[in-house]
Design a protein. Structure first.
Length: 289
């Protein structure tokens, strides 16, 4: 069962020149001909979403390589530490915030399920259940807002970016990651790309459309990149697959972390993917003007 409400205008620019993407009909995917944004036209009902996310696997293990990446990211955030407050929107099991807490950050998170709330609270993270809203926090509360692989799950991107701006202090930053719809794997797999999944993923971004979203909401792009080719993307099932254990990408990174030749090859490939905007992972840092 799907939702009954349908969007008749673009979620990003408000344009009405929309076209069904051929081959993506079962997931209700439309392309805006005005700005190039790709999104799901059907708004899933609360019943559909609750049923889907109640079955979402939790307690996924996390690899040493991912923890190293967290440390590198947290190193870069030191430049923006002022209020000492950080929030991760859709923080999952709270692995990133737990790493930040060890560095002395005051950490906050949001999640939808009670199970996730309890897991994160057990790690000393101050949690809010449900969607973000301007009533939850005072203006300028946070130095950092992070959103890892979350923004593709929502069909209210303008509201989300507006709230990010509201809760960030002047000069604070939002760090966002999301699958890249312009990626080489999506171009190869088309509708079989495992990110294409209703009702889980409702918005699909490229560097251009993600930058447009944040610039429309008083942010300046600091850095944006597309890197990596994900072997996990080639699984035929939905993106939930493997959430309870380390995925193929993480296993490969662990095996190759200390191999110099592999690192050099990876660097060259990532450079090419970034130049062409074809990497699977879209990562961006935006600063509040």
């Amino acid at each position: 069962m799907t939702g009954t409400e349908r969007f008749d205008s673009c979620l990003l620019c408000g344009g009405r020149r929309l076209r069904f993407m051929r081959g993506y009909e079962k997931d209700h995917i439309f392309l805006c001909l005005s700005c190039g944004f790709v999104f799901c036209q059907v708004k899933p009902s609360e019943e559909v979403l609750n049923k889907h996310y109640s079955q979402y696997p939790r307690a996924r293990s996390i690899g040493e390589i991912t923890l190293k990446r967290y440390d590198s990211l947290l190193d870069s955030f030191e430049l923006y530490r002022k209020n000492n407050n950080m929030i991760d929107v859709g923080c999952g099991d709270g692995h990133f915030l737990a790493a930040a807490k060890k560095r002395g950050w005051n950490v906050f998170g949001t999640e939808f399920t009670q199970e996730a709330i309890e897991v994160c609270e057990g790690k000393g993270i101050r949690m809010t259940k449900g969607s973000m809203s301007e009533q939850l926090y005072s203006p300028g509360t946070f130095d950092i807002v992070t959103s890892f692989e979350v923004i593709e799950h929502i069909n209210t991107p303008q509201s989300e970016a507006k709230i990010f701006n509201f809760i960030l202090r002047q000069g604070g930053v939002a760090y966002v990651t999301t699958p890249n719809f312009n990626s080489i794997s999506r171009n190869i797999l088309g509708p079989k790309w495992n990110i294409i999944e209703y009702p889980e993923h409702l918005s699909y971004y490229t560097p251009k459309t993600l930058t447009r979203l944040f610039e429309q909401n008083n942010f300046k792009m600091v850095e944006i990149s597309t890197t990596g080719i994900s072997f996990d993307r080639f699984h035929n099932s939905g993106s939930n697959q493997g959430n309870a254990s380390l995925g193929a990408d993480e296993q490969l990174r662990q095996k190759a972390e200390n191999k110099i030749v592999f690192k050099m090859l990876k660097s060259v490939i990532n450079h090419a993917l970034n130049l062409t905007s074809k990497g699977d992972s879209l990562k961006a840092l935006f600063k509040k003007n």
